[in-house]
Design a protein around this ligand. Structure first.
Ligand SMILES: Nc1nc2c(ncn2[C@@H]2O[C@H](COP(=O)(O)OP(=O)(O)O)[C@@H](O)[C@H]2O)c(=O)[nH]1
Ligand SMILES: [Mg+2]
Length: 267
């Protein structure tokens, strides 16, 4: 493994939390009590309630520090880490960036991303059930490994999965989904929640189009039905094609949040 400059490796399992526990929430969060036959029965009404409470706390913290948070999701191998490497190179040092990256095992993505010079926190979920998503309380704990006073943009590379990460708010400002052309035209139709929940889609690996029987129009039509008006950026993280528009969109979102924050303060 590389020696990572300014990189903090974070292994959630070393903290000893059982799967799906929410260590920073009151034990009653997400619970309601029923009386039945004179006995009190506690019911977990919605697992996601507890996550939403923690996500709101994260969001408040990010707003108080003026940090914009991007949650990047996709299936494994669509190119998240490669896109991030190129994106960070274009944003830094103008913007002070940090990354939280989630994988079930290994610190390989942290190694790759740390080469950018950005502080990187790797979360491994293997020994606490191999969670297939990053929940809000996991992000909250990972934040302890970053100096938030020197961060403008925090990017979270979520665990590779087109299903579960879409269900967990982590307190982010915007969500993007990466879909690569090698995954086939039908994935938005098969996993619509992810595409409905995201604010933009990155269609990656377009350099491979000449070698595939893949029609981008089918994917784009399907996405337009699931999430009308969602911006789609066609990228090649290999050649750099399409990055200008994507990076500009991201900068615009960050600037819009700053303007809103300033308006909020002057009220
Ligand atoms: N041809 C091509 N390969 C790419 C592109 N983006 C990523 N890859 C390759 O796809 C593989 C998976 O990329 P990675 O960034 O690790 O995906 P992740 O699992 O979503 O983080 C690697 O071998 C990358 O080199 C691209 O735009 N074009
Ligand atoms: Mg990756």
């Amino acid at each position: 493994m590389l020696t990572l400059n300014k990189t903090l490796l974070y292994r959630h399992h070393q903290e000893g939390h059982p799967p799906h526990s929410h260590p920073h929430l009151p034990p009653s969060a997400g619970m309601e009590t029923h009386q039945s036959g004179g006995r009190e029965i506690k019911v977990v009404r919605r697992v996601l309630d507890a996550n939403d409470i923690m996500a709101a706390k994260n969001r408040e913290l990010f707003a108080s520090k003026g940090i914009f948070v991007l949650n990047m999701m996709s299936s494994p191998g669509s190119g998240k880490t490669t896109i991030l490497q190129k994106t960070l190179a274009q944003l830094m040092p103008e913007l002070r960036c940090a990354v939280i990256v989630g994988d079930i095992c290994t610190t390989q993505d942290a190694d790759r991303l740390a080469l950018s010079g950005a502080p990187v926190v790797q979360i491994n979920t293997d020994q606490f059930g191999g969670d297939c998503h990053l929940a809000a309380h996991v992000i909250e704990r990972a934040l302890g490994g970053l100096d938030l006073d020197v961060v403008d943009l925090l990017i979270v590379e979520n665990i590779g999965n087109l299903v579960c990460p879409a269900e967990f708010d982590i307190g982010e400002d915007k969500r993007v989904v990466v879909l690569s052309v090698t995954e086939g035209e039908d994935k938005p139709a098969k996993y619509p929640l992810m595409f409905r929940q995201c604010d933009a889609m990155l269609l990656n690996k377009i350099d491979l189009l000449p070698y595939l029987e893949y029609d981008p129009a089918i994917t784009l039509n399907s996405v337009a039905q699931i999430h009308p008006g969602m911006p789609v950026f066609r990228l090649s993280a290999k050649t750099g094609q399409g990055f200008e528009a994507w990076v500009q969109w991201l900068k615009d979102q960050i600037a819009a949040k700053r303007r809103d924050g300033e308006r909020g303060r002057s009220k």
